[in-house]
Ligand binder design. Structure first.
Ligand SMILES: C[S@@+](CC[C@H](N)C(=O)[O-])C[C@H]1O[C@@H](n2cnc3c(N)ncnc32)[C@H](O)[C@@H]1O
Length: 293
C-alpha cells in the first residue's frame, strides 16, 4: 500500500532533506496534537471540496494521512485516493492508518508533487491540507497538479494566512528569530506562509493554469499546550520551527534561557495564570482555496 522508494526526482531538495529527515519523525510524534490544530481547517476544506462516492482524489503533501483517510471514506471502495509526500516516516504512518482502516482504495507514493508524473486528467479532486506551501517554483508545481486534474475537476486546499493572523506560530517563531538574530524568512520562500498573500496566491494559480479561483477565510481559536509544562511544549515547537538549528546549537543551558524568555512572552495568551499546564489560547487563520481549470 505504501512505497518508501526515494522520490524519483525532486526539485525541492532542501524541503526533501527537511521533511524526509528531522521533521518526519517529529511530525509523527506530534501527530495527535497537530491533528487537533489543523483538523478544523481540513474539515472546512473538505466541505468545500465535496468528495463523492466513486471519485478519484489526490492528497498533496498528505503527511500522516488524516485527510487521505477522510477522502477515502468519502469516495468509498468504488473510488480511489493517492497520497503523495516527501517524507518516508510520515508516509509509513499514513500507510499504517489506512491499513488499520482496511482501505484498499488508498495508495501512497513518495514523490515531489512539483515534478512527479501524476498522470494527465487522472483526478476529479486535487486536495491538500497545508501541503502546498513548500514548492521552490509554485507556478510550476500548480501547473503539474493542474495537468493531473480532470478538465472538469477542482482543486481545494488550505494554506496559512500571514504570520500576523497566526500568533500560534508567529509568537514562538518570531521570538526565537529575534533571540538567535535570524533573518525573518521571506514570504516568497517555501514555508508555511509562502501563499499567505492572496494576490500572490491568485497569480501563482493563474500561472499554473487555473482560471476560476475562490479564496475564503477560515479562522479558529486554538487551545495549545494544555496538560504539559510550558517548557516541554516550547521545546517541541522550537525543534519543529525555523530556528531549530540555532536552538540545537545553543546547548542545554542557553536553550533553558530561551524557553524562559518565550514562556514570558506566551503568558499573555495563558488560559489560567494559576495553572502552569492550562495552555494558551491563540488565533489561527487560513485561506480555503478552490480553483478550477
Ligand atoms: C505542514 S505538513 C502537512 C501534512 C498533512 N497534510 C497534514 O495536514 O497533517 C506539509 C507536508 O507537505 C509535504 N511536502 C512538502 N513539500 C512537498 C512536495 N514538494 N511534494 C510532496 N509533499 C511535500 C511534507 O513532507 C509534509 O508532510
Amino acid at each position: 500500500m505504501t512505497t518508501n522508494a526515494p522520490a524519483a526526482c525532486s526539485a525541492n531538495e532542501e524541503q526533501e532533506r527537511f521533511w524526509n529527515g528531522v521533521a518526519g519523525p517529529l511530525w509523527v510524534a506530534a501527530e495527535e496534537e497537530t491533528e487537533r490544530h489543523t483538523g478544523p481547517f481540513g474539515a472546512a476544506a473538505l466541505v468545500v471540496a465535496e468528495p463523492t462516492a466513486g471519485e478519484a482524489a489526490l492528497d498533496v503533501g498528505c503527511g500522516c494521512g488524516a485527510t487521505t483517510i477522510a477522502l477515502a471514506t468519502a469516495v468509498g471502495a468504488g473510488g480511489s485516493v493517492l497520497g503523495v509526500d516527501l517524507s518516508a516516516a510520515m508516509l509509513a504512518r499514513a500507510g499504517e492508518r489506512a491499513a488499520a482502516n482496511g482501505m484498499s482504495q488508498v495508495r501512497f507514493r513518495r514523490a515531489d508533487a512539483q515534478v512527479a508524473d501524476l498522470g494527465c486528467g487522472s483526478f476529479n479532486l486535487v486536495f491538500s491540507r497545508f501541503g502546498v506551501m513548500f514548492f521552490a517554483d509554485p507556478s510550476a508545481a500548480f501547473a503539474n497538479l493542474r495537468r493531473s486534474l480532470h478538465p472538469r475537476g477542482r482543486m481545494v486546499f488550505a494554506c496559512w494566512q500571514a504570520p500576523s493572523a497566526n500568533p500560534w506560530m508567529a509568537v514562538v517563531n518570531r521570538g526565537a528569530a529575534r533571540i538567535f538574530s535570524l533573518e525573518p524568512p521571506s514570504h516568497d520562500a517555501p514555508g508555511p506562509f509562502a501563499l499567505c498573500d492572496p494576490d500572490r496566491l491568485g497569480a501563482v494559480l493563474r500561472a499554473g493554469g487555473f482560471s476560476a479561483v475562490e479564496i475564503t477565510e477560515h479562522v479558529e481559536q486554538l487551545h495549545l499546550g494544555a496538560g504539559q509544562p510550558v517548557e516541554g511544549w516550547l521545546h517541541q515547537r522550537l525543534l519543529m520551527g525555523p530556528a531549530r538549528a540555532a536552538y540545537l546549537d545553543a546547548g542545554s543551558g542557553r536553550q533553558r534561557e530561551v524557553r524562559a524568555v518565550l514562556a514570558d512572552e506566551l503568558a499573555a495568551y495563558g488560559v489560567d495564570g494559576e495553572d502552569p499546564e492550562s495552555g494558551f489560547v491563540m488565533d489561527a487563520a487560513a485561506w480555503i482555496v478552490e480553483a478550477r481549470p
